[in-house]
Design a protein around this ligand. Structure first.
Ligand code: SAM
Length: 240
């Protein structure tokens, strides 16, 4: 079973949204599981503090290396990678989520305050991951985003595996526009081609739309798509 362990100062925030909808059902059916470790349990003082002032001065507080080290070492990793959510990490991608979903799970370390003593990173095998170029107050929401991105790809969690194949980022492109009833909404009709019943024309139209949307909205992805070609990438191989 795919397993996520989250090290956090706020275990009460979990599972939160990870318990809703298909993910909640996936957990109930035994496809994946989540547990938390309260970093404060590893505090060495009666106040339960886990942070201290930054060496060299400056604003805020930094999470202590000795306390985080003890919290990390208390976990049975079972070959699961340890990821730390941090704005300075590598941007999370669908490709990375696919690779993580194909493995045994992950351990996620959530920062708070000004961040984490650098020696935690240099003394442990930690992959630093960011969910975007902005700063959150803590790593918990970022960890939820990471776990959700992975868990929905764990076999059995989503009912229809076919819906995964045409999603944004599959094959290097964003998704085509979707429509459903009503046939007309405030003067806007569903494109005729989608009502034609001609599967080849529909597939061609969607393919064109994917390319156009990617080209105009995400030139970075489009450039990479042009360089890689339309071949679906090997999920375990990092794209160029
Ligand atoms: N001082 C840090 C910096 O400038 O990079 C920001 C610390 S932030 C206030 C506290 C914690 O929130 C971080 O340690 C990290 O765990 C989490 N966090 C904030 N933004 C994040 C992001 N974009 N991606 C992942 N985690 C983030």
């Amino acid at each position: 079973m795919w397993r996520a362990t989250v090290l956090t100062l706020y275990p009460e925030l979990f599972p939160g949204p990870l318990d809703a909808s298909v993910l909640g059902r996936g957990a109930a059916e035994g496809h994946w599981a989540l547990d938390t470790v309260n970093i404060r349990d590893f505090s060495d003082n009666k106040y339960g503090s886990v942070d201290d002032t930054p060496a060299g001065g400056g604003a805020g507080l930094v999470m202590r290396a000795d306390i985080l080290g003890a919290a990390i070492d208390s976990i049975n990793h079972d070959d699961r990678p340890l990821l730390c959510l941090t704005p300075r990490g590598a941007p999370l991608t669908q490709h990375r989520a696919q690779a993580l979903a194909a493995g045994p799970g992950l351990v996620a370390l959530c920062g708070r305050f000004e961040g984490i003593d650098e020696r935690v990173f240099s003394s442990r095998d930690i992959e630093e991951v960011s969910i975007g170029d902005f700063v959150l107050a803590g790593g918990e929401i970022a960890a939820m985003a990471l776990i959700e991105a992975c868990v929905r790809l764990v076999p059995g969690v989503l009912g229809s595996a076919s819906s995964l194949g045409e999603e944004s980022f599959e094959g290097g492109l964003l998704e085509y526009p979707q429509y459903t009833r009503p046939r007309e909404f405030q003067g806007r009709a569903i494109p005729d081609v989608l009502l034609s019943g001609d599967h080849q024309r529909i597939a061609d139209w969607r393919d064109e739309q994917r390319k156009e949307i990617t080209r105009t909205r995400r030139p970075d992805l489009w450039e990479r798509f042009l360089a890689d070609g339309p071949i679906r990438r090997d999920k375990n191989k990092e794209p160029k």
